[in-house]
Design a protein around this ligand. Structure first.
Ligand code: FAD
Ligand code: 2HG
Ligand code: ZN
Length: 484
C-alpha cells in the first residue's frame, strides 16, 4: 500500500492547535515538534502480535466527548487521517496506524457514568478497561456480558468497535444485542447521541449497530450503555478429554441437553495447543496422559448445590457412555482459574517462538476441525513443520469457541516465511468460502483481512458497505487503508 497523498502531513501548526485544545501535557505525545524516543511511541505504533508497525508521530488522548468532537472536526477540515485506539489488543492490525495517521487513544476517557442496579444497565466511557468494568459490576452482583483473554488491557470502546465475541457469547449473546446505546463522534465533529438505555426501540433504523464492529471506520465511539446480566452465584468448570472431534461434538450435544440453561461456555482445544502451552509454561496437563481433544465446559447458575449435582451427573454420564476418556471438575476457585488458563493462555503461549499466522473462522460445526487437519497435511507435504530451527513452522493448532462454531486456527512459526504464507493463502479462504463460513468470526477485518472480504461477502454487500463508509466519512480520514 502507498500513503494516500490526499492526507496532509502533520505540521507544527496542527500540533499547536491540539496542545491548546487538550491543555494537559499528558494528553498528547508529540513527536512532531517535541523530542520523543521510539520507545515512547512503541505502545501506540506496534500491535500486540508485533506484526504490524505504524509510523505515527502524534498521539492524542482526549478527556471528553467534546474534545473528541473538536479534534475530529479539525482533522477532517485539515485532511489529517486518524486511527481510533483503545487497549491496542486487536488481532488484525486495525488499531495501529499504517503510515503517519494520528492515534486517537481512549485511555483518558475512563469513567463509569452510571449504573442502575435494578435494570443492570451500565453506562461507561469508551476507555474503561474491560476488567475494571467487570470488577465494578461484580461488587454490585452483576457481570459484564463479554469476557476475553485480553480483559486486563482492552477497552470496552475497543470491544464494541470490534464486536468482540469471547468466552461468554454462548450464554449472553453478541454485543449487537447487549449494547443498548452508543455515543460516538463522526469525522465532521457531529456527536451521535444515541446513548439510550432502552431494551426495545423500534423507531427507525438502528444506526448504532453500524458502530458495533465498525472498527473505527465511520466514527469514534466515546461511550456505551450496555445491558449486564446478574452475576451467577455458582460457577463451575469441567475440563474433559475425548478421543476424536466427533466425540467432542457428542459432548456438546449432551452438555446442551443435560446442562441446559446453566451452560455458559463450551471451548475446544486440540492436543497440540495444550502441548505448546505446557511447553512454554513448563507446566503439566490437568489430565493424565495425552488425548487428541479437550473441551472446557463452564456452567453458571444461581444454586450451587443444584449446579454441581447436575454437572457431576453429566460427567458421570458422558464417562459411562464412553463419550469422554477422562475429565476433571474444578474443586475451588484456584483450580477453576487454572483450568480456564489452559484455554485463555493459548494465544499468548503460541507467540513464544516468534510469530503466529492467525485465522479466526466461523465454520459449520461438523466441519470445524477438518480445516486444521487439512492445513497440517498441506504444511507437512511442503516439508515446513519440524522440531528444529530449519523448519519455519513449530505447529498447526486448532482451538476456539466451539459452542459458537468459531475456530481459531493458529500456525505458530519461528519466523514469518513466504513459503508458509503460500501454503495457507488463499487455501484457507477458499476452504471457508466452500463451506459458506466466515473469514472473520470475531476479530474483524482490520488490515489483515481487508483484501479477503470477498470470500465471505457478496459484491452487493461490499458495495453497500462502501456507500455507508462514504456517507459517514466522505474524506476517508477514519482508520484509512483498512476494512473495506
Ligand atoms: P484496539 O485493539 O485498540 O482496537 C481495535 C479496533 O477498534 C481498531 O480497529 C480500532 O481502530 C478500533 N477502535 C478502538 N477503540 C475505538 C473507539 N473508541 N471508537 C471506534 N473505534 C475504536 N477478540 C474476541 O473477539 N474474542 C476473544 O476471545 C479475544 N481474545 C483475545 C485474547 C487476547 C490475549 C488478545 C490479545 C486479543 C483477543 N481478542 C479477542 C481480540 C479483541 O478484538 C481485542 O482484545 C479487543 O476487543 C480489542 O479491544 P481494544 O480496546 O484493545 O481495541
Ligand atoms: C481467543 O479466543 C482469542 O483466545 C484469540 O480470540 C484467538 O489468537 C487467536 O487466534
Ligand atoms: Zn476467540
Amino acid at each position: 500500500i502507498k500513503r494516500d497523498t490526499r492526507f496532509a502531513e502533520i505540521t507544527a501548526d496542527h500540533v499547536a492547535f491540539f496542545k491548546e485544545l487538550l491543555g494537559k501535557e499528558t494528553a498528547l505525545i508529540d513527536g512532531v515538534t517535541g523530542e520523543v524516543s521510539a520507545d515512547d511511541m512503541e505502545p501506540y505504533n506496534g500491535d500486540w502480535m508485533r506484526k504490524y508497525r505504524g509510523h505515527c508521530k502524534l498521539v492524542l488522548k482526549p478527556g471528553s466527548t467534546e474534545e473528541v468532537s473538536k479534534i475530529l472536526k479539525y482533522c477532517n477540515d485539515n485532511m489529517l487521517a486518524v486511527v481510533p485506539q483503545g487497549g491496542n489488543t486487536g488481532l488484525v492490525g486495525g488499531s495501529v496506524p499504517v503510515f503517519d495517521e494520528i492515534v486517537l487513544n481512549t485511555s483518558r476517557m475512563n469513567q463509569i457514568r452510571s449504573f442502575d442496579d435494578v435494570s443492570g444497565i451500565l453506562v461507561a466511557d469508551a476507555g474503561v478497561v474491560l476488567e475494571v468494568a467487570d470488577q465494578y459490576l461484580a461488587e454490585k452482583g452483576y457481570i459484564f456480558p463479554l469476557d476475553l483473554g485480553a480483559k486486563g488491557s482492552c477497552h470496552i470502546g475497543g470491544n464494541v468497535a470490534t464486536n468482540a465475541g469471547g468466552l461468554r457469547l454462548l450464554r449472553y449473546g453478541s454485543l449487537h444485542g447487549t449494547v443498548l446505546g452508543i455515543e460516538a463522534v463522526l469525522p465532521d465533529g457531529t456527536i451521535v447521541d444515541d446513548l439510550g438505555k432502552l431494551r426495545k426501540n423500534n423507531t427507525g433504523y438502528d444506526l448504532k449497530q453500524l458502530f458495533i464492529g465498525g472498527e473505527g471506520t465511520i466514527g469514534m465511539i466515546t461511550a456505551v450503555s450496555i445491558q449486564c446480566p446478574q452475576r451467577s452465584h455458582a460457577v463451575n468448570v469441567a475440563f474433559l478429554a475425548g478421543e476424536s472431534y466427533e466425540k467432542i461434538q457428542q459432548v456438546f450435544r449432551e452438555a446442551k441437553s443435560q446442562l441446559g440453561e446453566i451452560l455458559s461456555a463450551f471451548e475446544l482445544m486440540d492436543l497440540k495447543s495444550q502441548q505448546l502451552v505446557q511447553k512454554v509454561r513448563s507446566s503439566s496437563s490437568p489430565l493424565e496422559g495425552e488425548h487428541p481433544f479437550y473441551c472446557l465446559i463452564e456452567t453458571s447458575g444461581s444454586n450451587s448445590e443444584h449446579d454441581s449435582e447436575k454437572l457431576e451427573k453429566f460427567l458421570e454420564d458422558v464417562m459411562n457412555k464412553e463419550i469422554i476418556t477422562d475429565g476433571v471438575l474444578a474443586q475451588d476457585e484456584t483450580q477453576l482459574r487454572s483450568l480456564w488458563s489452559q484455554r485463555e493462555g493459548i494465544p499468548e503461549c503460541l507467540g513464544h517462538w516468534g510469530g503466529v499466522y492467525k485465522y479466526d473462522l466461523s465454520i459449520p460445526l461438523e466441519d470445524l476441525y477438518k480445516l486444521v487437519e487439512d492445513v497440517r497435511e498441506k504444511i507437512d507435504a511442503a516439508g515446513l513443520r519440524g522440531d528444529t530451527d530449519e523448519f519455519p513452522v513449530v505447529d498447526v493448532v486448532g482451538y476456539g469457541h466451539m459452542g459458537d462454531s468459531n475456530l481459531h486456527l493458529n500456525v505458530a512459526v519461528r519466523r514469518y516465511d513466504k513459503r508458509v504464507e503460500q501454503v495457507l493463502e488463499p487455501f484457507v479462504y477458499e476452504w471457508i468460502a466452500k463451506v459458506s463460513g466466515s473469514i472473520s468470526a470475531e476479530h474483524g477485518l482490520g488490515l489483515a483481512k481487508k483484501n479477503y472480504i470477498g470470500y465471505s461477502r457478496s459484491e452487493t454487500m461490499v458495495k453497500l458497505m462502501k456507500q455507508i463508509k462514504n456517507l459517514y466519512d466522505p474524506n476517508g480520514i477514519m482508520n484509512p487503508y483498512k476494512y473495506v
